[in-house]
Design a protein around this ligand. Structure first.
Ligand code: ADP
Ligand code: MG
Length: 399
């Protein structure tokens, strides 16, 4: 689960990380009110969407010459104008995709005189299986570009979770940033507190870009992206209220309501499978046969009619889907029950694309019979390879 910048900053501030003062705003009036509570003379009005690159982003409605989603303002009028420009409009950045994201919330924050911009992140390093720091003097810009063009400018080191954050980790961060004296001390402190926040919230990542050095030599977090490990959600009920469902993929959101593990992909063959391993194998074999899966979908162990129907609806709501492959192994769940679910669901959603079904396991013969007698144009398949070849052929035939 990801959260907005203003929520991330409020959270980091609770852990003692220095952030500029600021207030969220849902309307133009709230934005103006927020600026009145700040000391001035410089304010920054920032679009709150779950995507980076806002500063260099463009609003669809405003044309190519208009400013992006992070604007400096010197007066109440400029705050008002910036808020009016952004709220309700669609911001397109390198991270949003071409459709962009509608801006429904703003953050009005203290303008800071920046001397330097650094990058600092804590994330889970899958290779070492440990929390890791990623630090660079090249902050403010797109870190992927830095990683690509000048990889030597990115420093990475991990932390043994058993011993936790040690003073030498703090020194390593300060060194990587080339800081000395008081700023080095500040960097050590910031690193320790960001690590505390990372562990304390079961975060998956905390990315600070930029971590700024101000003209009066203070370290400040000017932008923060925080995502949590959903598997640890039960330990952090208080964080659940930070969720903004309007930022999530509507199909993935719908799937989560039915406890379906659904991830949208770019291909044209919808997949409905039980078990994550079988789902991965199904996607692989579709690719092996020359087409691409439109989604990953694990309906789980107890796939009943309601779940199967919901899964069909979610798959079909993607206009790219030109055919569906159902691949179910009936272990605890019997194939005849599953077949009844598929038939009922296919009738209910008025299935309009080819459907290939491969069933295996308990009561498979009864299951196949139900599919054959359903009156629906279901193409039966005998094994995984057969199923993949058939759905690829069907999709190509229809194209
Ligand atoms: P994004 O990464 O989505 O573009 P940022 O919050 O990083 O958004 O803002 C982009 C740039 O705007 C920053 O790199 C920084 O130079 C400037 N900026 C952001 N917040 C402030 C602030 N409070 N004061 C001064 N400049 C800021
Ligand atoms: Mg940024």
């Amino acid at each position: 689960m990801n959260i907005h910048e203003y929520q991330a900053k409020e959270l980091l501030a609770k852990f003692g990380v220095p952030v500029p003062a600021g207030y969220p705003a849902m309307s133009v009036e709230e934005a103006v009110e927020a600026s009145k509570k700040l000391p001035g003379p410089l304010y920054v009005v920032k679009a709150q969407i779950h995507a980076g690159g806002r500063g260099k982003g463009k609003f669809k409605e405003l044309g190519p010459d208009a400013k992006g989603g992070v604007r400096l303002a010197k007066t109440e009028e400029e705050v008002r104008a910036a808020a009016q420009d952004m709220l309700g409009n669609t911001l397109v950045t390198v991270q949003t995709g071409e459709h962009g994201k509608q801006v429904n919330r703003l953050y009005v924050t203290d303008g800071v005189d920046i001397a330097k911009e650094f990058y600092l992140a804590v994330l889970v390093d899958r290779a070492s299986g440990r929390p890791a720091f990623v630090v660079s003097t090249e902050g403010g810009m797109d870190i992927e570009t830095v990683a690509h063009d000048t990889p030597e400018k990115i420093h990475t080191f991990d932390v043994d979770p058993a011993t936790g954050f040690m003073p030498h980790h703090g020194r390593a961060v300060a060194n990587a940033l080339g800081l000395k004296g008081d700023l080095a001390k500040q960097a050590q402190k910031v690193a320790a507190k960001v690590y505390d926040a990372f562990i304390g919230t079961d975060a998956a990542q905390i990315e600070i870009n930029p971590l700024a050095v101000t003209e009066d030599d203070k370290l400040m977090v000017l932008d923060a992206k925080v995502g949590f490990d959903s598997n640890a959600g039960f330990r952090h009920k208080d964080l659940a209220e930070l969720r903004d469902e309007t930022e999530e993929d509507p199909q993935e959101l719908e799937a989560s309501k039915y406890d379906l593990a659904y991830i949208k992909l770019d291909g044209n063959i919808g997949c409905m499978v039980n078990g994550a391993g079988l789902a991965m194998a199904t996607m692989d074999i579709i690719k092996l046969n020359g087409e691409f899966p439109a989604n990953f979908l694990d309906v789980g162990g107890g796939a009943n009619k309601e779940k199967v129907t919901a899964a069909f609806k979610i798959i079909l709501s993607d206009p790219a889907v030109k055919g569906i492959l159902v691949n179910i192994f009936g272990g605890i769940m019997r194939c005849d029950i599953i077949a009844e679910g598929i038939v009922a669901a296919a009738k209910e959603v008025n299935l309009s694309v080819p459907l290939v079904v491969r069933l295996e396991g308990t009561n498979v013969d009864q299951g196949k019979e139900i599919l054959a007698n359903s009156g629906l144009a279901i193409v039966p398949a005998n094994d995984l390879g057969d199923a993949a070849r058939k759905i690829v052929a069907e999709v190509r035939k229809a194209a």
